[in-house]
Design a protein around this ligand. Structure first.
Ligand SMILES: CC/C=C\C/C=C\C/C=C\C/C=C/C(=O)SCCNC(=O)CCNC(=O)[C@H](O)C(C)(C)COP(=O)(O)OP(=O)(O)OC[C@H]1O[C@@H](n2cnc3c(N)ncnc32)[C@H](O)[C@@H]1OP(=O)(O)O
Length: 297
């Protein structure tokens, strides 16, 4: 039943994203350009996201390439969710590595320009897109690894936290954390829960109360990231790690299709995407119930 519901939601979302593409002025599907590369590789690129798929390994690399700082604008989030959805629907894709093409920056988090001086309708659309990005990443049935090759404050950190594993460049100049409090804003509770699931209650409490940004070594110490490697090894280590993860028997080991029924998080029955367009309480609208998470905590 849960699988059925997840699939209904998947196709409902699929339809919604498709409509976003058709109706929005923000680009979307029509800008994704598929092309074939040698050795069973394929690539598609939009203006902000590059997806390279290795069909021989089932590993895709999703590279954020939106200068200057990969900020999460509505355009960016829409393209991101569409890219991830396409991979989710591709039965050949089993793992996704998320990384950045920009020097020194993984992602600066939510685009500040989206949050000031916009209409309530725009704010509603933007906030739904933020939620959708998180739902797609955290609820993915694929293995997801963040290859964090630069700083990653706030929403950028959330993206990394939503992955299964985090590998960061061991550059002490790079920082990561949910620093919203320092900006005078409150991290929504589903940001908080994602952090708690990774670092535990006490570290999360301090991080959020003080709006801490951790250097790469401190991020490793607190468990915010899982591994530090030299900057030029981040992507190759992510690929090696992914290969190890993909060697773990999936649900296909008991005869079922791994990509149909192996969702790590049963989100669908418990999460309600509400219409935020007329709500000033949009920040607290995602009804995320942490104990529905089956093997993340
Ligand atoms: C509808 C919903 C409405 C409201 C929601 C409200 C609240 C939601 C509650 C909580 C969730 C919030 C989550 C967030 O993610 S908030 C965003 C937090 N992000 C930051 O604070 C990052 C700020 N940026 C930095 O720390 C640095 O820029 C960074 C370390 C990323 C890079 O430093 P560097 O020195 O390399 O570059 P800069 O010169 O600082 O920046 C270059 C360029 O980029 C612009 N920039 C930076 N960050 C952002 C951003 N988040 N959004 C948009 N633009 C950004 C910066 O202004 C510079 O532009 P320019 O001057 O034109 O060159």
């Amino acid at each position: 039943m849960a699988t059925l519901l997840k699939h209904s939601a998947k196709y409902a979302l699929s339809g919604r994203l498709a409509r976003l593409c058709v109706h929005s002025r923000h680009g979307g599907l029509q800008c994704l350009q598929p092309c074939l590369l040698p050795h069973q590789r394929s690539a598609s690129t939009g203006s902000k996201i590059l997806v390279e798929m290795d069909n021989s390994t089932g590993i895709a690399v999703l590279t954020m390439k939106s200068p200057p700082v990969n900020s999460l604008s509505l355009d960016f989030l829409t393209e991101f969710s569409i890219s991830l959805e396409k991979l989710e629907l591709d039965r050949g894709c089993r793992g996704v590595i998320l990384t950045s093409a920009l020097p020194k920056i993984f992602s600066a988090g939510l685009d500040i320009m989206e949050m000031c001086g916009k209409s309530p309708e725009h704010c509603g659309e933007f906030w739904k897109a933020v939620q959708e990005m998180w739902l797609r990443l955290y609820g993915s049935s694929m293995i997801t690894i963040a290859a964090i090759n630069g700083s990653s404050p706030a929403g950028g950190c959330l993206m990394a936290l939503a992955c299964d594993y985090r590998i960061m460049a061991e550059n002490p100049k790079y920082s990561i954390g949910l620093n919203e409090t320092q900006l005078g804003i409150v991290a929504p509770f589903w940001f908080k829960d994602t952090l708690v699931n990774t670092v535990g209650n006490r570290v999360a409490e301090l991080s959020l109360q003080l709006g801490l940004l951790y250097s790469a070594p401190d991020a490793l110490r607190t468990g915010l990231v899982d591994l530090l490697v030299p900057e030029d090894k981040v992507l190759s280590t992510a690929s090696q790690t992914m290969t190890q993860w993909l060697a773990i028997p999936g649900e296909n080991a008991i005869g079922s299709n791994p990509r149909v029924s192996s969702s790590k998080v049963d989100l669908t029955p418990k999460v309600h995407m509400v219409d935020l367009s007329h709500s000033s309480e949009s920040m607290c609208s995602l009804n995320w119930i942490p104990w529905t998470c089956s093997n993340r905590a």
